[in-house]
Design a protein around this ligand. Structure first.
Ligand code: FES
Length: 74
């Protein structure tokens, strides 16, 4: 049985973060990380963007998606 393929959507990925900006870019000084583990949002739904606040859990439940954060280890 062939795997189901999905078509890329032309809809924006970012629903609400800094929409007045042409491009959302964040810079992190790696040597200034304060915690041993920091989670950065990749679902574009965190209210603490660029940090993950767990909003991906609700997004995944509602959409069947499987997105999660980028973890930076010190
Ligand atoms: Fe976006 Fe966790 S809230 S990846």
């Amino acid at each position: 049985e062939a795997a189901e393929t999905t078509t890329a959507s032309s809809a924006p990925i970012n629903p609400s973060i800094r929409k007045d900006s042409d491009k959302v870019v964040d810079t992190v000084q790696a040597d200034e990380l304060s915690k041993p583990l920091t989670a950065y949002c990749r679902c574009w739904r965190s209210e603490t963007f660029p940090l993950c606040n767990g909003a991906h859990v609700k997004h995944n439940k509602e959409t069947g998606d499987n997105v999660g954060p980028l973890l930076l280890k010190k």
